[in-house]
Design a protein around this ligand. Structure first.
Ligand code: ADP
Ligand code: MG
Length: 236
């Protein structure tokens, strides 16, 4: 834990939560991504994980729930996307018509699109499908993409609620939930929608049992570890 403390200081970051805190990761290759995905990440040419990634990845991968706060531009998107991809690789394949394994909620259509672009960039040529669902755009193309089955949905709350209520998708397989820019989501008055979403059959995101690891295949485990992540921007 002294080593962890020293690393946190070096990263100019602080963590709270149950000790021992997972040790920050210092390289992309330590995250446990399947080879094809790791190649895509390496190809981006980043010098290394940003602090929020370095600290957040092992926390999410150990099956902990997490609230992460970091400045705009600090790499929060890959901070939640890469562990989602590691988690996904250990799940049974999504069948046509099945709902996603990872659900990312975002307050605006622009942000949803941006997250989906990042997801697409780092899953190109792999079996991972990511659909962005947001209002103010035709439902038709979103619905047809959902029909084939998807691994990741990035959505604004209102459109997601609409799609779930009309049974175009379901959230029974969701075991990785992210609220991106959660502070803004509340500022923008999305509380009624996010509250309504809690009434539909999204599995309860429990704090996982100690020792659960998203990198373990679910067949070796009784249940699938579930993770909830809340991303917030730094207060001004
Ligand atoms: P945030 O959500 O924290 O505001 P983003 O996730 O949108 O930030 O990331 C901002 C930019 O930084 C994006 O262009 C992204 O591709 C890039 N980025 C992500 N991770 C890294 C990294 N480890 N090193 C360098 N750049 C990165
Ligand atoms: Mg962001």
């Amino acid at each position: 834990q002294d080593e962890v403390k020293a690393l946190m200081q070096k990263l100019d970051a602080s963590v709270e939560g149950k000790e021992p805190h997972p040790k920050p990761l210092q390289s992309f290759s330590h995250i446990g991504l399947p080879d094809d995905l790791l190649k895509l990440v390496m190809a981006a040419g980043f010098p290394g994980p940003s602090p929020i990634q370095s600290i957040g990845w092992p926390a999410a991968l150990s099956g902990r729930d997490m609230v992460a706060v970091a400045q705009t531009g600090s790499g929060k998107t890959l901070g939640f996307l890469l562990p989602a991809l590691v988690h996904m690789a250990a799940q049974p394949p999504v069948q046509p018509g099945e709902g996603p394994i990872a659900l990312v909620l975002a307050p605006t259509r622009e942000l949803a699109v941006q997250i989906q672009l990042e997801a697409t960039k780092f899953t190109r040529g792999t079996a991972v499908r990511c659909v962005a669902c947001y209002g103010g755009a035709s439902r038709h193309s979103q619905v047809s993409q959902l029909r084939g089955g998807v691994e990741i949905i990035v959505a604004t709350p209102g459109r997601l609620l609409d799609l779930v209520e009309s049974r175009e998708t379901c959230l029974r397989r969701v075991s990785y939930l992210v609220l991106d820019e959660a502070d803004r989501m509340l500022d923008m008055g999305f509380e009624p929608q996010t509250t309504s979403l809690q009434r539909i059959p999204i599995p309860k995101i429990d704090t996982p049992r100690g020792g659960d690891d998203l990198r373990d295949a679910p067949s070796k485990k009784k249940g699938i570890p579930k993770v909830g992540i809340v991303m917030r921007r730094c207060p001004a």
